[in-house]
Ligand binder design. Structure first.
Ligand code: 1CP
Length: 331
């Protein structure tokens, strides 16, 4: 999950000198600092590379920018011709600084004696990235519709939509392989909008492309641990866990821990799933739920995490407290 960011004063300080968000992402010195900031403070076992899932559309030639307070914007894909314009041949011209960030982060972790912390690389999954590419940014749920243009395209013109997914599978596979080559020790695939599909389309646009990416990565790196995060997939997460080839599954906070223990942790290691709002509020509710999660998943391999990213108003003392609860837990 997003663990760096605006709840940390050292992030805000660095962010102010960087210019825009993307200037920070493509600056290896600064991006490696931001990646390590939470580790220096809290010593988590995993550091997530500081970047964003939307660097892939940008590397393919789609315009991407961030408007202050509004989140990401892209020059939306509107027709099959727009898909044809995406260019797979030069993506590393854009992505090279991110590989440099990985190498630099690893050398800093070593020189600061923090190399017990695993560096996790990541990419957005094709479905979720396509959502942003077609809508031209995020989507609010309005009148039951979420990412309506993307769903319409996927449901009504699946032939051309498949072409977009094929481009994204190729770009993402290459990107992840290069991240591993640069030094990440595990990778995570974020499918934040997996849960908005019906089960048939989930198989086609979430499971199938994920299988292909994992096959491509494993041809080169058979042993790299791969974590999948099919957010809000609910019971569809079971077939995701069974079919995709992932090694571990990230659980969003809507997932019932007992259900997840019986239906997912019985298949593979699980990661999650504290509601970030409990971390924001702190106190007894945080303590209770953190302990409940720890107790529920204690008997099999489990990675404690949030069920989504850290909220920017989160007090640092609450993060410290949570780390203490997790470290002191005895099954
Ligand atoms: O610790 C870290 O911050 C790690 C780096 C990281 C990761 C793993 C960022 C930095 N983004 C992500 C993943 C990401 N980006 C996802 C998947 C996980 C999730 O569901 O949160 C998604 C959907 C995005 C797309 C994105 N980028 C959004 C959401 C837009 C929406 O409305 O749907 C936003 C706000 C961004 C910008 C962004 N990316 C990362 C940060 C710290 C920020 C905020 C930038 C800022 O305002 O300064």
């Amino acid at each position: 999950m997003r663990q760096a960011g605006r709840y940390l004063p050292e992030y805000l300080e660095l962010r102010a000198t960087a210019g825009g968000f993307l200037d920070l992402v493509y600056n290896p010195e600064m991006a490696s600092e931001v990646t390590i900031q939470p580790i220096r403070r809290f010593g988590m076992s995993g550091a997530i590379l500081f970047s964003d899932i939307l660097v892939i559309p940008q590397a393919l030639g789609q315009a991407l920018w961030f408007e202050v307070g509004e989140g990401p914007k892209l020059d939306a894909l509107k027709s099959p011709e727009d898909i044809k314009k995406l260019n797979l041949n030069k993506i590393d011209d854009v992505l090279n600084p991110i590989y440099e960030t990985i190498a630099l982060t690893q050398s800093k972790l070593i020189s600061e004696n923090l190399d017990q912390t695993a560096l996790i690389g990541f990419a957005g999954s094709p479905w979720t990235v396509a959502c942003y590419m077609i809508e031209g940014g995020g989507s609010k749920n309005s009148n039951g519709k979420i990412f309506p243009k993307t769903k319409k395209w996927a449901y009504e013109d699946s032939e051309n939509f498949q072409k977009l997914m094929d481009v994204l599978v190729k770009a993402t596979s290459h990107y992840l392989i290069k991240q591993i080559e640069a030094g990440v020790e595990a990778i995570q695939l974020f499918d934040s909008w997996a849960g908005i599909l019906d089960s048939q389309n989930f198989d086609r646009w979430v499971i199938a492309p994920t299988i292909k990416i994992i096959e491509n990565v494993r041809k080169i790196y058979p042993d790299i641990p791969i974590i999948g995060f099919p957010r809000e997939a609910a019971e569809m997460a079971v077939s995701y866990a069974q079919k995709t080839g992932i090694n571990a599954i990230g659980m969003d906070y809507s997932m019932n821990p007992e259900w997840a223990r019986d239906n997912l942790q019985s298949l593979l290691p699980v990661q999650g799933n504290l509601d970030p709002q409990l971390l924001l509020e702190g106190g007894i509710a945080l303590e209770k739920q953190a302990n409940k999660i720890l107790e529920t998943f204690a008997s099999k391999p489990f990675i404690f995490n949030l069920g989504h990213g850290v909220i920017k108003e989160t007090p640092i003392e609450n993060v410290e407290k949570l780390c203490e609860i997790v470290r002191n837990f005895k099954p």
